[in-house]
Design a protein around this ligand. Structure first.
Ligand code: RB5
Length: 147
């Protein structure tokens, strides 16, 4: 499975941990940066990642200091359903019920161990469809209204 991963400077260390974790598990990981601790703008990375997630119909993981800026940006992109998670239960349910296609994490909020568990829980869960599809379709219709 292909996973796109990205962060700003505030999420660099956690992003690199997740990158290695996913590589070790055999995932095909595409890292869109940032690649240094130099300050950068999270919307630039979020734009690059969400474009690739939509083009490849795959999943993406965004990390910044809190996870909030990345999630605000990502959820403005039509077709992206970003889940900002600080626990494994929310991460699992965001896939099962909300069909989230982007996971947002905060390096300054969530410790590395828990963050990797959140990533695993999110990737191992699948969308349940049924009544949840009806609700996700309603969100997609909202995307259409916004253009
Ligand atoms: C960068 O200082 C910080 O604002 C950013 O990483 C993120 O937390 C924004 O939401």
């Amino acid at each position: 499975m292909k996973i796109i991963i990205g962060s700003d400077h505030g999420g660099l260390l956690l992003k690199d941990k997740i990158f290695q974790h996913l590589k070790d598990k055999g995932y095909d990981v595409d890292d869109v940066g940032t690649y240094s601790a130099m300050s950068c703008d999270y919307p630039v990375i979020a734009k690059e990642l969400t474009t690739k997630v939509l083009d490849s119909s795959c999943l993406g993981i965004l990390v910044c200091g809190t996870g909030i800026g990345m999630s605000i940006y990502a959820n403005k992109v039509k077709g992206i359903r970003a889940a900002h998670c600080t626990d494994t239960f929310s991460a699992r349910l965001s896939r099962q019920h909300n069909d989230s296609n982007v996971l947002c994490l905060g390096e300054r909020i969530t410790g590395f161990g828990l963050a990797l568990d959140i990533v695993d829980e999110w990737l191992n869960a699948t969308f349940e469809g049924g009544r949840h599809k009806r609700r996700v379709d309603m969100i997609n219709e909202l995307d259409e209204v916004k253009g």
